[in-house]
Design a protein around this ligand. Structure first.
Ligand SMILES: O=C([O-])CC(=O)C(=O)O
Ligand SMILES: [Mg+2]
Length: 422
């Protein structure tokens, strides 16, 4: 990032009001009568109703459209463990995206937890307040245990965005990119740089979508994860291959796909040059990708390239997933976000990229055209059709797989966020 951009980002966060979120009232509180309804004595009535039946919380409070964005700050973007308070701008940012793209209210909760168990206990105790929980920027492998425990202990959707949001968007973009390259997921040789939360979840979802686990070469800080290593946790061990390859330099030779979920500038132009014809490169480290798109294109004009950033084409970022997935889950009051709902989101995203792009999207990006191809493999975040398609697909999948507690919403499909209350 340039110095000017860094300065602008700080100023954006500081002025005119510090931070990016505020709370608004949904009822007028202008008169003494209003006050008597909103507060004492009127407020006692919904309290009694909720005590009699907890489901009434969805009727009389904001619970049903409220998601907690919760972090311990141990893996903030690609920046590392900066602690819970330093994660607050990102968590507020997720709240901005929830509201802007899917009309969902959110609060950020940063937890100073001394252990994964302390984190789990804290979240479990406050979970009733919300309609859903979005876990964010928690490091691996602790995040796997934390997510699993909370899914089991809470009866609302708990979703670790960096795993599943990223994986859903990656799988959708990958299916399209390989199709454009004239290749298939089943045959693709895949190098995954990074073995953290997002990397493990992405590779699992790619396997669920057709990739062969023996064609995946995952690398952590020590190099290729292979079956001869005795320092692997159970999550990395799922991707241990029988191979002589040890370094990124070895693994990248002839690979069809590079997925980077690691850190800045770790893929060199010379390494990209060794990849197979029409290489697919998803350099998703935020904010700085594993290889800059300009360097990649210079080294390999035939590259099909995506990053996590909004200022380059093909943004493979979980913003395309979590707001819409939660929208669909909340609207059918799903008890969890299961594999069926995730795959429904993958296919809705993949298919949407193949449709003609509306003028409003072109205007938002100040461009003349955008067509399915190497420069457009995944819908853009500003595409209002995401709100129309993804929640509908996710809600239907929740109903079909038996985790919905309400029928398909009568007010679907949504065309803008003003319609979310029906
Ligand atoms: O915030 C983003 O841009 C995507 C994300 O979740 C991460 O990098 O951890
Ligand atoms: Mg994140």
């Amino acid at each position: 990032m340039s110095d000017a951009m860094k300065k602008a980002a700080l100023q954006y966060h500081a002025e005119p009001i510090p931070g990016k979120l505020s709370v608004e009232l949904t009822k007028p509180t202008e008169t003494a009568k209003d006050l008597a309804l909103a507060y004492s004595p009127g407020v006692a009535e919904p309290c009694r109703e909720i005590a009699a039946d907890p489901e009434n919380a969805y009727l009389y409070t904001g619970k049903g459209n409220l998601v907690a964005v919760i972090s311990d700050g141990t893996a903030i973007l690609g920046l590392g463990n900066l602690g819970p308070l330093a994660s607050k701008p990102v968590m507020e940012g997720k709240g901005v995206l929830f509201k802007r793209f899917a009309g969902i209210n959110s609060v950020d909760v940063e937890i100073d937890a001394e252990s994964p168990q302390a984190f789990i206990d804290t979240v479990r105790r406050i979970a009733i307040t919300y309609g859903g929980i979005n876990l964010e920027d928690i490091k691996a492998p602790e995040c796997f245990e934390i997510e699993q425990a909370l899914i089991e202990q809470c009866n609302i959707p708990v979703f670790h965005d960096d795993q599943h949001g990223t994986a859903i968007v990656t799988a959708a973009g990958m299916l399209n990119a390989l199709d454009i390259a004239g290749k298939t997921l089943a045959d693709a040789r895949i190098v995954c740089l990074g073995a953290g939360a997002a990397a493990i979840a992405c590779m699992k979802l790619l396997v669920a979508s057709g990739a062969k686990v023996e064609n995946i070469f995952m690398l952590d800080r020590k190099g290729v994860i292979h079956s001869g290593r005795d320092d692997l946790n159970q999550y990395k061990a799922m991707f241990a291959t029988e191979t002589e390859l040890r370094t990124l330099d070895d693994a990248i030779d002839g690979a069809d796909v590079f997925v980077g979920l690691s850190g800045p500038n770790l893929l060199k132009a010379d390494q990209l040059k060794k990849m197979a014809d029409k290489p697919v490169v998803f350099a998703c480290s935020n904010p700085d990708p594993e290889i800059h798109p300009d360097i990649a294109r210079e080294a390999r004009p035939d590259v099909i390239m995506a990053t996590g950033r909004s200022d380059y084409p093909n943004q493979v970022n979980n913003v395309l997933g979590f707001p819409f997935i939660f929208r669909g889950a909340l609207d059918v009051r799903a008890t969890r976000i299961n594999e069926e709902m995730k795959l429904a989101a993958v296919h809705a995203l993949k298919d949407l990229a193949r449709e003609p792009v509306p003028q409003a999207v072109l205007d938002a990006y100040e461009i003349d055209s955008l067509e399915f191809g190497p420069g457009y493999i995944i819908p853009t975040p500003m595409d209002t059709r995401l709100l129309e398609r993804l929640p509908a697909a996710v809600a239907q999948a929740a109903i079909d797989s038996g985790v919905a507690r309400k029928p398909y919403p009568a007010h679907y499909p949504l065309t803008n966020t003003d319609q979310v209350y029906g």
